[in-house]
Design a protein around this ligand. Structure first.
Ligand SMILES: [Mn+2]
Length: 318
């Protein structure tokens, strides 16, 4: 795989991120297609953000009023997976291989869907590359625990979490589903119950707040595990704030809550995926795409800060 540079480290990189697009929405099946355009749209928005705000490897994180030194941070673009649209099994093998390549090269993968079918093959790459138990935190309106249906088969955007649990080293007690709401089939709900999956339902999240939810999620995902995988399905958000997604589930998290949550858990996360950004349904100012770029950049800056040994410099305030 050839790669281009999104953010060039000016000194020896201490931390490297690999952007990988998965322009696939054939597995959406029952939602609105269009997530295949997500990787390209987000890549452009992310580049714009980097170009406008990062100067000489420095940027100010205004949420904390602190300077972030990105001079030892490299973000490479591994392009989009050349993916099969005629054979689901081939498609997921291609995604696993591409993610594995990035992991093996010492990068933190930023896997961008595509529909939520992206999680199972990318998580499988982490599962193959490690030996210990793994934690998984899933922000989502839906369970994604479909066993099988005539329309979607056993591998689709609706079944990724069930397939991931079947791999063996993701125990239910280390998996956290955050933001579930509305209605599910009894079959999908009961898979989580069977495995003892942790769940923070959307109304519970609202009551406890983003910080408490993040703290709880991290405690569960970290207990006895070697690595943590974070998957963000955009439909975890209230569709009023994030219209660019395939299935507008009423209710949901606010963008600020999602940002707070992701920033809290990011230092402990080894692979991030972001799924179900659907630019076809986004609005004119590209609100959802811009939000996704922000989320990716938050992940990069927070992890960069976590690897800095010196205390970050307070940005001068006026
Ligand atoms: Mn999902």
């Amino acid at each position: 795989m050839t790669n281009t540079v999104l953010l060039q480290a000016s000194k020896e990189p201490k931390i490297k991120f690999g952007y990988l697009g998965v322009p696939y929405d054939a597995a959406t099946s029952i939602a609105n297609p269009g997530a295949r355009f997500g990787p390209a749209a987000l890549r452009e928005q992310f580049k714009l953000l980097l170009a406008k705000r990062v100067v000489d490897g420095q940027v100010v994180d205004m949420d904390r009023g602190e300077n972030v030194d990105l001079s030892a941070v490299q973000v490479d673009d591994f392009g989009d997976v050349a993916i099969s649209f005629y054979d689901q099994h081939k498609a997921i093998n291609q995604v696993t291989a591409a993610t594995r390549e990035i992991l093996d090269a010492g990068y933190i993968p930023l896997v961008v869907g595509g529909d939520h079918g992206v999680t199972y093959p990318a998580f499988r790459a982490l599962h193959e590359a490690t030996r210990g138990n793994l934690g998984l935190i899933q922000l989502d309106a839906h369970c994604d625990m479909l066993d099988f249906s005539e329309k979607q088969g056993s591998i689709s955007g609706s079944s990724g979490m069930a397939r991931s649990l079947e791999l063996g080293r993701l125990l239910g007690k280390n998996m956290v589903q955050v933001g579930l709401r509305g209605y599910a089939t009894t079959q999908q709900w009961s898979v989580g119950v069977k495995y003892g999956v942790r769940r923070i339902l959307a109304p519970e999240f609202e009551k406890m707040g983003a910080m408490e939810a993040a703290k709880k999620s991290l405690t569960w995902a970290r207990a006895g595990t070697e690595k943590i995988y974070l998957t963000v399905d955009i439909d975890a958000l209230n569709p009023g704030e994030a219209p660019g997604t395939g299935w507008a589930e009423p209710g949901g998290l606010t963008v600020q809550q999602l940002i707070d949550f992701v920033r809290y858990v990011a230092p402990h996360v080894d692979v991030l995926d972001l799924a179900e950004l659907n630019p076809v349904f986004d609005n004119a100012p590209k609100q959802t795409t811009v939000m996704c770029a922000r989320l990716l950049f938050d992940f990069v800056t927070v992890k960069a800060r976590a690897t800095q040994t010196a205390r970050p410099k307070r940005a001068a305030r006026n």
